[in-house]
Design a protein. Structure first.
Length: 323
């Protein structure tokens, strides 16, 4: 690790766009320049070829697979390396579909596991392990977006919203809204804007954006803007042209940390197993006592224990070793 001197950096904007159906979320995203779009709802197909709303679309990938999303990030990076001016923006529309598909895939895996064990499929729910996997994958995707932004590419995440309710008296009352995506993901964005569509009194719609967050300070939280678009932040971003990009590899950093933790677990496992062997080698009595306790604790393979079994083995070692 090495510190660097602070300087102006050319950073792409990370924008989270939320709102109900028909609020203008996609139209806002399409106002950004030179777009590569991950279209998980086939909604952007309505704008393809449109001389106004589809004018900035350069490439489209219709998918809701997280694996495809990761490959798309790599493809956009390659496109930018070959020609820095080819792509300026990556849109994910919508994050909600990717997140829901990830949950569905994990549930399918749980159901297959239950089927193999002869369990009841209808009672299958996402396990703690599955939720941990979802969190891990979601964190990796968020880090990839940050890395993309560090290369000067705008990242626009479009999300549906759910009501936030609180119980007041005997009823639950709506007190707000939250994006339907990985919990806590909103903290990674520079700008959060909630889109609202209102009747214009002439049979049409007028679109407004509520600013929830803006690290650029171009707008302020609490402001409501009519017909928001990229133009609001264009001068801020283009004023940084010519600056260096930021060297960011958060997704790789996460991998390094995971590898380090796995190594620590392996070292701990090795130490406990070796201690068990040492205790059992003391005498036939020690061995018999250890075997009896291992069977009592229902440890399947003491030479390759799980994380939970490691703690049990440590207790067995302490008990047998004290005799």
């Amino acid at each position: 690790m090495a510190f660097r001197k602070p300087s102006t950096k050319k950073i792409g904007l990370k924008v989270l766009v939320t709102g109900q159906t028909g609020a203008g979320k996609s139209v806002f995203g399409l106002s950004f320049p030179k777009i590569a779009a991950l279209d998980s709802e086939a909604g952007l197909a309505l704008y393809e070829g449109d001389s106004v709303y589809g004018a900035n679309l350069v490439a489209v990938n219709n998918t809701m697979s997280v694996s495809d999303m990761e490959e798309a990030f790599e493809e956009v990076e390659e496109m930018v390396e070959d020609n820095p001016e080819e792509i300026n923006t990556l849109i994910i529309d919508s994050e909600t579909k990717f997140y829901q598909n990830l949950q569905h895939s994990c549930l399918e895996t749980e159901e297959k596991r239950a089927r193999r064990k002869g369990g009841e499929i209808n009672d299958t729910n996402l396990s703690v392990r599955s939720w941990g996997r979802i969190k891990q994958v979601s964190s990796k995707m968020q880090n990839l977006k940050i890395d993309m932004s560090a290369k000067g590419i705008h990242v626009i995440s479009v999300s549906q919203v759910d009501d936030v309710k609180e119980k007041k008296g005997e009823q639950f009352v709506k007190v707000g809204e939250k994006p339907v995506m990985a919990k806590g993901a909103e903290y990674d964005y520079d700008i959060i804007i909630n889109m609202i569509a209102e009747d214009d009194g002439k049979g049409g719609k007028k679109y407004k954006g509520e600013i929830k967050k803006d690290r650029t300070n171009v707008t302020k939280a609490g402001m409501t803007i009519d017909n928001p678009s990229y133009l609001i932040w264009k001068d801020y971003y283009e004023g940084r042209k010519g600056a260096d990009t930021l060297q960011s590899n958060l997704s790789q950093d996460m991998g390094k940390d995971m590898a380090s933790l796995e190594k620590e677990d392996l070292e701990k496992e090795k130490t406990v197993v070796e201690k068990l062997k040492e205790v059992m080698a003391k005498s036939a009595e020690h061995q018999a006592k250890a075997v009896a306790l291992i069977q009592e604790k229902k440890i399947k393979n003491p030479l390759q224990p799980t994380a939970t079994e490691l703690k049990l083995l440590e207790e067995i070692i302490a008990t047998v070793g004290a005799e």
